[in-house]
Write a protein that binds this ligand. Structure first.
Ligand code: PEP
Ligand code: MN
Length: 334
């Protein structure tokens, strides 16, 4: 349920109403707009008397929210969310994040070289997997803690904030200096992990599960937000369909659909969505045209030798071309 307050309501009047809602066992989410403040009520609102609240002289209107996600709902937060990852790197509401880097951190020279290259091309964040969720237990599982150390070295060398995936909440102490923690597709519904991330103040990049609906993605974001952490970025990375020429099927309509449903920033990952390097550019450009707030693209200094996802990885030179075209699309959309 949301209660829209009249303009000119004093802080004391507003606080009085919030205290009253809280005394009814409800959590109150406050969204301040230019004209109006919206109070979003989370919890069991079935006993709240809508007419009584609407009759209060500080309340303009009351509406029940039918969707099961509340804090992630645009009705609670009409303004697009802007997440400040660092002083200079933001995402959301026109602030675009270009995230690039290898699937996995492989060694110091590799990650530093790729970091320098993608930075030159305009990337704003460096990605790299240290803990890798692999289909086969016999495949390279990532450099783990050492991989995070190397990402931090690459951050030091380039100034790029880093994005890396967490697979287990027990590893959280290793992520202390990580700027954005990724939840991979396979963990989108690992609710214990989501709850643990909800108690941190880290920005979370939440990837859509291989076979999950947008509502389920938003409910997973809600798990993180319910814990108090509202810095969530959603990532469309393709879903599994009957199509087999591509690794997954990029659901590009997720971008405008999510835009309507939520105020959270939306990123598209064309690398995992297609699995094929030559399809990354057209899908990246289409994602920008569809209104994505960012892209996450796999870039490797020597794709044929990559320990993971070489077939979908761009060379730094190919990434540079994509970045130039992305800027052209952004210009055209202005
Ligand atoms: C990744 O980003 O390297 C990754 C494993 O992605 P996903 O979880 O989308 O498969
Ligand atoms: Mn990958």
């Amino acid at each position: 349920m949301i209660a829209v307050l009249k303009s000119g309501v004093t802080k004391e009047q507003r606080q009085g109403l919030i205290d009253w809602f809280k005394s009814q066992g409800l959590d109150v989410h406050i969204s301040e707009g230019e004209m109006h403040t919206i109070l979003g009520l989370v919890g069991d609102t079935t006993k709240v008397d809508e007419e009584l609240i609407e009759a209060l002289d500080i309340v303009e209107s009351v509406k029940r929210i039918s969707e099961p996600f509340k804090k992630a709902n645009r009705k609670f937060n009409p303004k697009n969310k802007v997440i400040e990852i660092t002083k200079d790197v933001k995402i959301g509401d026109g602030e675009f994040a270009l995230i690039a880097g290898p699937c996995s951190v492989e060694n110091e020279a590799q990650i530093i070289e790729v970091a320098k290259e993608v930075k030159k091309s305009g990337a704003t964040l460096l990605r790299g997997g240290a803990f890798k969720p692999r289909t086969s237990p016999y495949d390279f599982q990532g450099m783990k803690a050492e991989g995070i150390e190397l990402l931090l070295k690459a951050k030091e060398a380039t100034g790029l904030p880093i994005v890396t995936e967490i697979m287990n909440e027990k590893h959280l102490p290793l992520f202390e200096e990580v700027d954005v923690i990724q939840v991979g597709a396979r963990n989108m519904q690992n609710f214990e992990l989501l709850k643990a991330l909800g108690k941190t103040n880290k920005t979370i990049l939440l990837k859509r599960g291989l076979a999950n609906t947008l509502k389920e993605l938003l409910m997973s974001a809600e798990y993180i937000m319910a814990g108090g952490n509202e810095n969530v970025i959603l990532c469309e990375r393709g879903i599994r369909t009957f199509e087999s020429y591509t690794r997954n099927t990029l659901d590009l309509s997720a971008v405008p659909m999510l835009r309507e449903l939520t105020h959270l920033p939306i990123v598209v990952d064309p690398s995992h969505a297609t699995g094929i390097a030559r399809l990354v550019e057209p899908m990246a450009l289409a994602a920008v045209a569809a209104g994505a707030d960012g892209l996450m693209i796999e870039v490797h200094n020597d794709p044929p030798k990559a320990l993971c996802d070489g077939a979908q990885s761009l060379t730094p030179a190919q990434f540079d071309e994509v970045a130039v075209k992305v800027r052209k699309i952004q210009e055209a959309l202005k």
